[in-house]
Design a protein around this ligand. Sequence first.
Ligand code: DGJ
Length: 731
Amino acid sequence: MAIVVEKNGRLFNLHTADSTYQMYADEYGVLLHTYYGKRIDGENLADLIFQVDVGFSGNPEETVGNREYSLDCLPQELPSDGVGDYRESCISLLHENGSMAADFRFESYEVFPGSYKVAGMPALYDSDGEKGETLVITMREKASSVVVRLCYGVFEKENVITRAVRVENRGESRVVLDKCLSCCLDLQFGEYDLITFAGRHTMERGPERNRVRRTKLEVGSMRGTSSHQYNPTAILCVPDATEDYGDCYGLCLVYSGNFTACAQMDQRGQTRVLMGINPEKFSFRLEKDDCFDAPQVILSYSDAGLSRLSWQYHRILREHMCRGKYQHAKRPVLLNNWEATYFHFNQEKLISLARQAAELGIEMLVLDDGWFGKRDDDNSGLGDWYANERKLGGSLKELGDQIHALGMKFGLWFEPEMISEDSDLYRAHPDWAITIPGREPNRGRNQLVVDMSRADVRAYLFERLSDILEHAPIDYVKWDMNRSICDIYSRQFAGDRTGEVYHRFVLGVYELMERIIQRFPDILLESCSGGGGRFDAAMLYYSPQIWCSDNTDAVNRLDIQYGTSFFYPASSVGAHVSAVPNHQTGRVTPFATRGHVALSGSFGYELDLNRITDEEKAMVREQIADFHKYYQLTHEGTYYRLTPPGGRFCAWEFVDEQRDHALQTLVMTSAESNPLPVHTTVKGLSPDKYYRCSADSQIRTGRTWMNAGLTLRKIPHEYESVLIEWSAVDE
Ligand code: DGJ
């Protein structure tokens, strides 16, 4: 059993293969967090808590006379607001009489086999390989009828603990939930760094590492999506943690909307980390018997550094979050017409691209933005999800049939959550756009956002998208989302329910995506938000791959894919070979390098194949052969970050499960005269096996390779790259 309950049902140990998470409901019913770290035997560790009267930290009424017991100092699972814990809280209530206190105490627990679900939202699910176990702890508010169910899931083998929260109003009076975070992690001892992943459009997810002190560290999004600017993931680690050393705790929020992640030391040097829906512009009204579900957080612990932590996330997301036919089925190598044509295409152009692609071994043509309504630039047409047959020279079915006749699959772009003011849909339903009556809305990319919180809007979109997907032979859908949300208001949830709209929007997106994938289970969905603006674990529940960034420059991609790799598996990272000079940066990189970089993801092309040289065409064939040859390694293998960004070269590696085969990619990022040697590390081999290295044909033991490394005989020029393989051989 991974979940062990003792001490009269008050001591909870959640054991994974290598970690233990412990809680204890004390004599006052406060649910203490007593341990999270390397696996232990589960003795009650509540006595590690050192209680003392610290002054100005008051005492709950039950403890009268005991000035040492203060919620302000205790490590807790559900720190609540307004009752004496002055640190950042997890939950805030607004009662009908205007008071704002919340004080939750332990009531009961339940353990059951299998994983729990989170209503309306993605969550890790059981697979044949591993089923989770669930603990639900019920906490009751002391002076009202609000009940919280804290859900804990354990994936033992995967070293993963999950948390989610359900709030129920069991009373007659209305309660407003002003804040409901999903997870609090209180660590009493030690110093920590917080690593977050920040960036901007076309430069997403760069790691930033800061020491947690008394000044609050906080990242988050108020854009309605998880955002390019901050990713809903964070790592807490000891200050000397490296890729291979040190205690690390990961937090990954399974949510695609506004979020917060923060860490702060309290007055006594204890560290509190919180994660969940951003409380800014959030409130949720709970009438009698209503409930609210906060999204899941996936926690994982590694005592051996950041790499192991990443592998744990890669596995759990690949095996227990991604779903459907393409969770494991090989993804088709695609050609996307966006950077090849932008809006300027016609049937002839598309067919010539498809024909050329088919000849070179590419397996799918994706028709991006511009195929519908009046859409020859990005100022009009969104919402009119009817094929522009004049532009396509016929129906979508005819186009799809022609592409299929070439032996290719056919993919199509949509942006269902958006509407242009210059569109028939907007003219018919201006109230479907998110705008505030009497106020001119902010435009992003000159478009407005559709009110996905409304069931009628979603029903229309489902019908429209289904009609298209049913009547044309479509194998793949790219679901894009190209602006941040503001002017938040919904005609359906107006007045004091406006605080619900951001969240209801996200639930609406999930509902529509779910209906689409259930109705069309053979379609491969790739999600996208101007590249990586919604690259989060929740999206992986619907789409096993996500367009990682609108930046296709191979050198910038090194940093973007590096940062992405801390939580997300390479199989989820949409990566394409594009033209040079690169459309985003103007940089010229070799065709081979662009291929090598894109090979470490969901591989494809995004350029006009009619404009590349014969030599480059030959390289496309080789790259596709490499894609097939290394697919297992790159999509299911263990990923090693070998160099941090900013060095002379960037290297990373995949190793297969049996440790018979390793593939390293090394890209030279700068050039120098009279160059120093390029010496690279090798990781993950089996110490006693013998391996031949493709770079120099030397045969050595894994132990030797891993300790001595490899010196390249020829130094690549700037932006050149090499693929190096280590293959196990008989002695
Ligand atoms: C943003 C996406 O990230 C691009 O790949 C492309 O699909 C454009 N939108 C189309 O408008």
